[in-house]
Design a protein around this ligand. Sequence first.
Ligand SMILES: [Zn+2]
Length: 160
Amino acid sequence: MSEWTENFENDINVQIEGVKRLEVGYINMRLLNNTAKKIDEFAHNCTVCKQYKSDYNELLPELVKRIEESNFRNKYEQKLVEVSKHLKKSHSIMPKKYYASLYTFIGILIGLAVSYGITYSFYPNLILIALLYGTFTGLIIGRIIGLLKDKKLSKLGLNI
Ligand SMILES: [Zn+2]
């Protein structure tokens, strides 16, 4: 871990000592620390990540104190989203469980389409029960494939 990331995490930990759980919940510590780690890794050859590091440095000193102000919180949340989007688009860093959610959705669609296709042609009176089974099977298969893909990314350190 670099000195910057270490200082960053320490600084936050000092700030949240004795703070109400609600405020800490607003901060989304896991995402903040993980994105900080990633932008630090990429900052030496990505000017955008370098800029984000200084944005984070600016936000940090007042973070916990001001997180209850809705203006500040909006600005902060927007920054997190912006950084996550950049990491995804430019560095192929995916949010945790990204593929699990995506493939679950795809699985459901395929399950519905296939069960509808089969029953519509051959067993039209069983259509409802078939859709139910189709959706369920698609959901399970999609989720398993997605989780495996997420696990692979996680092993490679490619998610936040
Ligand atoms: Zn970057």
